[in-house]
Design a protein around this ligand. Sequence first.
Ligand SMILES: CC(C)(COP(=O)(O)OP(=O)(O)OC[C@H]1O[C@@H](n2cnc3c(N)ncnc32)[C@H](O)[C@@H]1OP(=O)(O)O)[C@@H](O)C(=O)NCCC(=O)NCCS
Length: 223
Amino acid sequence: MPEIAYLIRPMEDADIPQVTEIDREAFPGESLFRPYTSYKQEIHNSLAHYIVACIEKGTGPKPSREDRQKKSWLKRLLGHHHLAISTSAVRNNLYSKEYIVGFAGFWTMLNEAHIIAIAVRNNYRRKGIGEGLLISVIEVATQLHANVISLEVRASNVVAQALYKKYGFRVAGNRPRYYSDNGEDAVFMSTDTITLAPFQAHFQRLKEAHSQRWEKIFTIQLA
Ligand SMILES: CC(C)(COP(=O)(O)OP(=O)(O)OC[C@H]1O[C@@H](n2cnc3c(N)ncnc32)[C@H](O)[C@@H]1OP(=O)(O)O)[C@@H](O)C(=O)NCCC(=O)NCCS
């Protein structure tokens, strides 16, 4: 199994060009925020929360033997899972070497978090990164006192629906002709109350299984 060390952190203005690239690749019919400035507005909107998953530049899905033997900057800097880092020197070092491979965004309204998007670059899919982003979304939404998380997803998007169902999202409705590019319906999905024990128990089990399966996830100051 290829090893990818990645870190999840809040999105910043400098990330917008790479995030826009991922957005256009992942949502060719309906890029979320076509104009560059819309992402900027989103990042600075206090109701919106955007995160990115980054790898060290030059590493990829199939690293050479030599690359695998090198200790990555992440491994050297962050010796263990879910470490919070605050010093600007370390942050600058991380930022200068990053390649963004995925992002996620959600809005909070009253006690609900509504997922706007989760997307991973084509070449980096099926490596646990989308799931890592969803785990972070759930964690941040919980910290922000959301009770439920909801989203719309294309009726044909069985891959994303599988990810959401794994985390306890259920189909709660249908939005006919929701997508303007091809008139496709959206499926509206929602969780049970995320602060209650049944959801949390299921979530903690999945989170633990994810960290066992995909050893290298590091999270920096998400909320
Ligand atoms: C949906 C998406 C974010 C998943 O990202 P990913 O990094 O490839 O997903 P992961 O490797 O973390 O997989 C997590 C789970 O997602 C589901 N999944 C992912 N790829 C799948 C596939 N090809 N077929 C079926 N299920 C799949 C599975 O439930 C998987 O869990 P498992 O490994 O235990 O089977 C990615 O496919 C993507 O960017 N798609 C385009 C954008 C999009 O449709 N976003 C969602 C709408 S908002």
